[in-house]
Design a protein around this ligand. Structure first.
Ligand code: GLN
Length: 459
């Protein structure tokens, strides 16, 4: 019954692309069986979770929210989802997202936008964005349709939607979670992570998701700690860096106030607050919007109408038979959404012979400088505190004709992505309209523990 009530609520939010309640129920039954057989239960035994529809799931349609993958049913399971099933979790369904994870509002999905469960207090009743690209995940967890969901973060797609929906989201160190079986966007940046109600749930779920995988060449060959067990909100002896470059001109006063509150909470937990500088911050977003589309244009070349999902066969014209090239063109024209096409065009342009040095190579150099900024900063701090986003959630449709403002959503998220660092967003109060605000924490490579300990001190 509770599930059916949730299905109605889920319909209004458009959070799920496909529902698989039978899988969640099977996981619950397995718990009963294991119990009566006196067997030990997994760390996520019986937990019904939402799966971002970017993870390939054996026998269940996987679309990346794109028309081009409609009807694609993988015959294999992503490593991360397989790890979660091994820990006992069950799949409630595949969650909506921005098409191929490209977007910050969930409006680029072929299956329609997700609606945030949040409304502004008093002021009108505009449907708000749950953020993106993991907006189905943030909306479903925030509306309590499921206790936890997977997300992926290439340049903010776990942290920004978590902030917009008032939940907790963790992007671990690049390589912690296998990318095998996750539909690729920008492979040098893509990283899976948990989205849940609180830090402890994220810690438990991340432990289940993470681990070395020989099928992913960039997978980290390191032991996975029991983060939840060692969570500790006492930050005595820890130094928290406040990057001065994140204080930008014309920044929303409420975002600044929230940041101040975050500092106070960390200071109260025993930490010392220190000023730090990340001088190349302002170049990170432009570099990201060269590197990510470049990798995307290469990754998305595989959708050719032959191997996956959609095939559009144009009719013969003027007595000429339509050929293979015509089929490619028709399939890709029909199958990809506008934002995806924009990325493919930008990516192809910056990788082309005449422009490679001017754009792609430059962006790679900037990426190295951004990473160096962080390395230097670790000399004087253990974790960094900043806002997750420059604004709270916005009404759906309000940025339709403004891709650049949309891209600015990730201005604070992208530097940690370029550097491959673990980062998270924790809910930290509301603005005067009653919309949630998030605070972002960034930690040293592999220090998910330090990251989540600081998150615990804020939550
Ligand atoms: N919003 C950013 C983009 O559109 C980041 C997306 C993501 O992290 N998947 O590229």
């Amino acid at each position: 019954e509770a599930f059916n009530a949730n299905v109605a609520a889920a319909g209004a939010l458009n959070a799920f692309i496909v529902a698989t309640p039978e899988k969640a129920l099977a996981a619950a039954d397995a718990v009963d069986e294991a119990r009566s057989a006196g067997k030990q239960l997994g760390p996520m035994a019986g937990v019904p979770i939402g799966m971002k529809d970017l993870f390939c799931t054996d026998g269940v349609q996987t679309t990346a929210a794109s028309h081009i993958l409609e009807g694609f049913v993988p015959r294999y399971e992503s490593t991360v989802s397989a790890n979660l099933w091994k820990a006992g979790a069950g799949m409630l369904g595949k969650l909506n997202l921005d098409q191929f994870a490209m977007g910050s509002s969930n409006e680029t999905s072929y299956f329609g936008n997700v609606v945030s469960p949040w409304r502004t207090a008093g002021g009108g009743n505009a449907a708000m964005s749950p953020g993106g690209s993991s907006g189905g995940s943030s909306a479903a967890v925030s509306a309590r349709l499921c206790p936890a969901a997977t997300g992926t973060d290439t340049g903010g797609s776990i942290r920004q939607p978590a902030a917009f929906a008032g939940i907790t989201g963790v992007k671990p160190t690049y390589g912690r979670c296998s990318r095998w079986g996750v539909v690729a966007f920008a492979s040098s940046l893509d990283q899976a992570g948990p989205m849940a109600r609180n830090v402890e749930d994220c810690a438990i779920m991340l432990e289940a998701m993470a681990g070395f995988d020989p099928k992913d060449a960039t997978s980290l060959d390191m032991p996975v700690p029991n983060w939840a067990e060692m969570l500790d909100a006492d930050l005595t002896g820890k130094r928290v860096g406040i990057p001065r470059e994140y204080r930008m001109d014309g920044m929303d006063a409420e975002i600044l106030d929230n940041w101040e509150r975050g500092k106070t909470m960390l200071r109260d937990a025993g930490a010392e607050i220190v000023d730090i500088s990340l001088p190349h911050t302002k170049y990170a977003l432009p570099a990201y919007y060269i590197i990510a589309p470049a990798e995307a244009s290469s990754n998305l070349a595989r959708y050719d109408g032959v191997r996956f999902g959609l095939r559009e066969m144009p009719s013969d014209k003027d007595g000429e038979r339509a050929g293979l090239q015509d089929m490619y063109a028709a399939t890709r024209s029909e199958g990809f959404g506008d934002e995806v096409k924009r990325r493919i065009l930008i990516g192809t342009y910056v990788l082309s012979a005449g422009f490679y040095d001017a754009y792609y190579n430059q962006a790679q150099k900037v990426r190295a400088l951004v990473a160096q900024d962080f390395e230097k900063a670790w000399g004087s701090c253990d974790v960094i505190l900043a806002p997750t986003t420059p604004t709270a959630s916005f009404p759906l449709g309000s940025l339709d004709d403004d891709p650049l403002t949309m891209y600015l959503n990730d201005v604070f998220a992208v530097p940690a992505s370029l550097a491959g660092l673990p980062a998270m967003s924790v809910p930290a109060g509301m603005n005067s309209q009653g919309l949630p605000l998030g605070l972002q924490l960034v930690a040293k490579p592999f220090d998910e523990q330090g990251l989540m300990n600081a998150g615990l001190a804020i939550e």
